[in-house]
Write a protein that binds this ligand. Structure first.
Ligand SMILES: Nc1ncnc2c1ncn2[C@@H]1O[C@H](COP(=O)(O)OP(=O)(O)OP(=O)(O)O)[C@@H](O)[C@H]1O
Length: 326
């Protein structure tokens, strides 16, 4: 079996809904409702789906910023879910998270040098970390003259570079990037994605790249995990997902990318209806209320993730029929 840096098995992240003076739990928001995927060393997984489908909740659960309701997470074969906090904290530098809005995650009263050096100081007590800070600034394309400047003096793209440099300073192996380019202009988005790809090669990083927009993850992802309402609908090598989506939900996501590829065959299938609430989601296939192929089986039984071929997996009762596969 090929090596895996991360393995997520049937992960559930539920947020209790409490009511009354006694704050009794009256239900759960099932933000993530049983998802499984894995990540190879040096690989990039794109985690995509509409707003509210549970992408951020997944990312945060992996670094214990969200509680895990059920399921297992393995990091290099070691079960993270069973680790005590102090053991987990020892591993914590290995897995870093980068957020969408770099400005809100950077302390406005600290200089760039202090921001990047702060996590380093914690791990390298009493050492002068300036040299290291400069190394990470240069790696991320920031000039060392910026060392004493403050975050508000930088553009959005440069601030994201500061956020990346700060994460890199801990020498992580795995980076969870939560919509890292969504707040940036399109031209700057490409620069940050290219920087992340360059850093991945140089530092042998693995990425989980979260985005609501399929076109953003196309270039950087090796495989794409498509989520809908807390479940995985399809996992596919990136190229195959764009050229031959199998799941009805993925088909509609691809169809909604603004500029269709010229000469692309097949009918465009747009989504109908509203996404149900994660407080009261369908018992069967989560997508059944919006799927034109859904029948009684889909409404009653949740489909499991099956292998289509190689690394292509799908959770749909009718994928063979829909895609004319014998
Ligand atoms: N701390 C929390 N308490 C209660 N509900 C939460 C919490 N965090 C997220 N949720 C809910 O869980 C569901 C999934 O949210 P999540 O942010 O993970 O989705 P997402 O796919 O990352 O969406 P977005 O792109 O908008 O961030 C949503 O219905 C959200 O309101």
């Amino acid at each position: 079996m090929e090596e895996r840096i991360l393995k997520v098995e049937d992960l559930k992240v539920y947020f209790p809904v409490k009511k009354g003076i006694l704050k009794k739990t009256v239900g759960y928001i099932k933000a993530v409702d049983g998802i499984s995927f894995d990540l190879k060393p040096g690989e990039t997984i794109g985690l995509v789906g509409e707003s509210g489908c549970g992408k951020t909740s997944t990312g945060k659960a992996l670094v214990r910023l969200n509680p895990i309701h059920e399921g297992k997470v393995y990091y290099n074969g070691q079960s993270l879910t069973e680790l005590k906090d102090e053991e987990f904290n020892k591993l914590r530098p290995d897995i870093q998270m980068i957020f969408q809005d770099p400005f809100s995650s950077l302390n406005p009263r600290m200089t760039v040098g202090e921001i990047i050096g702060e996590p380093l100081k914690f791990h390298r007590k009493n050492e002068d970390v300036t040299e290291l800070v400069i190394k990470y600034m240069e790696l991320t394309g920031l000039r060392k003259e910026y060392l004493k400047r403050y975050p508000h003096e930088f553009s959005g793209g440069q601030r994201q570079r500061i956020g990346i440099a700060r994460a890199l300073a801990l020498e992580p192996k795995l980076i969870i990037a939560d919509e890292p380019v969504s707040a940036l202009d399109v031209s700057i988005q490409a620069q940050i994605i290219n920087l992340m790809m360059k850093l991945q090669k140089e530092l042998n990083l693995s990425y989980i790249f979260i985005a609501h927009d399929l076109s953003v993850v196309k270039h950087i992802s090796d495989r794409i995990v498509v989520m809908y309402l807390g479940n995985v609908m399809e996992i596919s090598p990136s190229k195959k997902l764009y050229s031959e989506p199998f799941h009805p939900y993925t088909k509609s996501l691809i169809a909604s990318i603004p500029v269709p590829e010229p000469g692309k065959k097949g009918k465009r299938e747009f989504l109908q209806g509203e996404i149900p609430s994660p407080l009261n989601s369908p018992v069967g296939c989560k997508f059944s209320t919006r799927c034109k192929y859904a029948d009684d089986l889909c409404k009653e039984k949740r489909p499991i993730l099956e292998i289509v071929e190689g690394e292509h997996q799908i959770a749909c009762h009718h994928w063979r029929k829909i895609n004319n596969v014998e």
